[in-house]
Design a protein around this ligand. Structure first.
Ligand SMILES: Cc1cc2nc3c(=O)[nH]c(=O)nc-3n(C[C@H](O)[C@H](O)[C@H](O)COP(=O)(O)OP(=O)(O)OC[C@H]3O[C@@H](n4cnc5c(N)ncnc54)[C@H](O)[C@@H]3O)c2cc1C
Length: 414
């Protein structure tokens, strides 16, 4: 892989930047692979990368029906954090945050991680008490969390209106939380995986599985049949569709989740602010745009749009917390289809079909999980046994009832 360094930048600048090699190859699909991963979002690409790098597997393909990163990974609001309540979630998501902290170096690609802190606001005494308990649980899990008074909140976010409809009583912050650049995460993993020999095949939709005696042997695609010893599904909002093709059901609801950006302004917000009650979260991108969103639209859909009522509600919430932003123009709005499980925790591991694995149920919060999701799924696929960090996230928990309820940790409703 050609290194991206200051020297190589300077050298290529002299040549008018015309000599850069392609960032990833676009090969024709082979007839057979050792491992096929379906979905070239962050999770699919990271899984392929760690399979090649950590487990030295060589014959791997990632099949993508559209374009690389065109799903939720390229549509999200980029929040990275590990402030989860349950120990299983905390261990998994903090592993991910630690991998994020070294990711630019690991991939030799700047993912622009900015650990500017993620602040959750409390709008009543009771909510603050619940947040204290949450922050305490996070600290017990050895993750940073600090409870803030209203004065401390105002100091951190001077533009905030503490006396809004539901006055702000305080909040808690994870200082290591923040944002990173989602396209860079996808491109960085794609480039590094391709350099290890992974075939990334775009415009290749999987339409069915070949299963013999309970064991998967390949996929049917718009570019022909492709054989594989092992197959991983990483298709986010289409998880239940792919599971149905393989003959089993998953408890997943697919809904649109919207986000939007304002016109760019000078730096004025240096923290990610999240309010579960006013129902909105916001950060400022490096380009100066305010990036904000809220809860999922409350209907099932595969259309990547989202409706006007929720857009209005989220925008009204932004203006309520930050009256100064009422003068800004909305520049863009979009949506992705998120795959939500009953306990809002991911579904990871083996499936009822032998050698078929699943990484889904990421819902509204799977971007922050990409490095750990890739790392642990690669282990699971390579060894045909769940990585210790994801044992509790298996499909079986919906039979046993051992749910890991993290609905409150998302900070928004779904
Ligand atoms: C508006 C919005 C805001 C969000 N904000 C955050 C946030 O701030 N922080 C956070 O942690 N998470 C956030 N999320 C959630 C996060 O984006 C997702 O959980 C995560 O990106 C899922 O990654 P993935 O790789 O599993 O899926 P995706 O990136 O969606 O990739 C799946 C890929 O599979 C492909 N595919 C589907 N079906 C097939 C098929 N049959 N054959 C071949 N390919 C197929 C799709 O085209 C797609 O490219 C947000 C999501 C949205 C929509």
């Amino acid at each position: 892989m050609k290194g991206y360094s200051f020297l190589s930048l300077a050298r290529h600048a002299l040549g008018g930047h015309k000599g850069w090699p392609v960032v990833w190859r676009s090969p024709e699909p082979k007839k057979n692979y050792d491992v096929v991963i379906i979905g070239a979002g962050g999770h699919g690409l990271a899984t392929a990368y760690y399979l090649a790098k950590n487990h030295r597997m060589k014959n791997i393909a990632v099949l993508e029906k559209g374009w690389l990163g065109g799903g939720n990974t390229g549509r999200n609001t980029q929040i990275t954090r590990s402030n989860y309540y349950w120990p299983q979630s905390a261990a998994f998501f903090d592993h991910s945050l630690k991998l994020y902290e070294g990711l630019s170096r690991e991939l030799n690609f700047n993912v622009m991680l900015s650990q500017r802190g993620l602040l959750n606001l409390a709008h009543s005494h009771h909510e603050l008490e619940v947040m204290r308990r949450w922050a305490n649980a996070i600290q017990i899990n050895k993750i940073d969390a600090e409870v803030l008074t209203p004065i401390e909140v105002k100091k951190l976010v001077p533009l905030i209106n503490l006396d809004c409809r539901f006055p702000v009583h305080g909040g808690f912050i994870q200082h290591r939380g923040g944002i990173s650049r989602h396209d860079a995460v996808v491109w960085g993993y794609a480039r590094a995986a391709s350099a290890y020999g992974v075939d990334i095949i775009q415009q290749c939709e999987v339409s069915g599985f070949n299963i013999r005696s309970g064991r998967v042997t390949g996929v049917n695609t718009t570019r022909g049949t492709i054989g594989a010893d092992k197959i991983g599904i990483a298709v986010a909002g289409h998880t239940s569709e792919l599971a149905r093709m393989a003959g089993f059901r998953v408890p997943v609801t697919s809904m649109p989740l919207q986000a939007m950006v304002s016109e760019p302004i000078k730096p004025c917000l240096n923290t990610v602010v999240m309010s579960p009650v006013i129902h909105m979260y916001v950060s400022q991108s490096d380009r100066g745009e305010l990036v904000f969103g809220g809860g999922a639209d409350v209907y099932n859909s595969y259309a990547q749009r989202g409706g006007i009522p929720l857009l209005q509600e989220i925008t009204a919430s932004l203006v309520e917390l930050f009256p100064a932003f009422s003068r800004l123009r909305l520049m863009r709005q979009w949506a992705g289809i998120v795959d939500i499980t009953p306990d809002t925790s991911p579904l990871m591991g083996r499936t009822p079909v032998q050698n078929l694995y699943i990484s889904g149920g990421w819902g509204t919060g799977g971007y922050k999980a990409i490095p750990a999701g890739g790392d642990t799924m690669a282990y699971t696929i390579a060894n045909d046994r769940p990585h210790p960090l994801i044992e509790d996230f298996s499909l079986e928990r919906f039979e046993s009832g051992a749910l890991i309820d993290e609905g409150a940790a998302s900070g928004v409703s779904h």
